[in-house]
Design a protein around this ligand. Structure first.
Ligand code: ZN
Length: 132
């Protein structure tokens, strides 16, 4: 498996990676207009406010789109499914989709968040959602 390098953090993304270490997917909510946003950024794209708070996503969503990624020089045990997930909160997140063969993947399928460790680094991942 390819090595995982610890994510780079800065002032704007530190809260996100602190949340990941606690097994929480944190989204930003604008402190002025209340708009939710992801990925982390300093300014609200709706009202340009610099005030914000963070809140944990439910982890539930649907698959919006995906690609099958194969490493160009180091063969993987299985191709990675890189997913764009539409969270039920209304923002989208990029993460790997695990737990199924890429030929079984369908857009709009329900998925759920979990955290997996890669070389000691926890990363948000998704898998097909258990029936509710
Ligand atoms: Zn705003």
């Amino acid at each position: 498996m390819p090595r995982v390098i610890a994510p780079l953090t800065d002032r704007d993304s530190r809260h996100f990676w602190d949340g990941v270490r606690e097994r929480r997917l944190l989204l930003q909510r604008c402190g002025a207009c209340g708009a939710l946003r992801h990925p982390p950024r300093p300014m609200c794209p709706a009202c340009q406010s610099l005030r914000w708070t963070s809140e944990a996503a439910s982890g539930r969503g649907t698959l919006y789109s995906f690609v099958v990624s194969r490493h160009p020089s180091e063969p993987d045990a299985a191709p990675r499914i890189v997913a764009l997930v539409a969270l039920e909160e209304g923002v989208r997140v990029v993460a790997n989709l695990q737990g199924l063969d890429w030929r079984e993947v369908r857009n709009e399928m329900p998925v759920e968040l979990f955290f997996d460790d890669f070389d000691g680094v926890a990363l948000p991942q998704f898998r097909p959602a258990a029936p509710r």
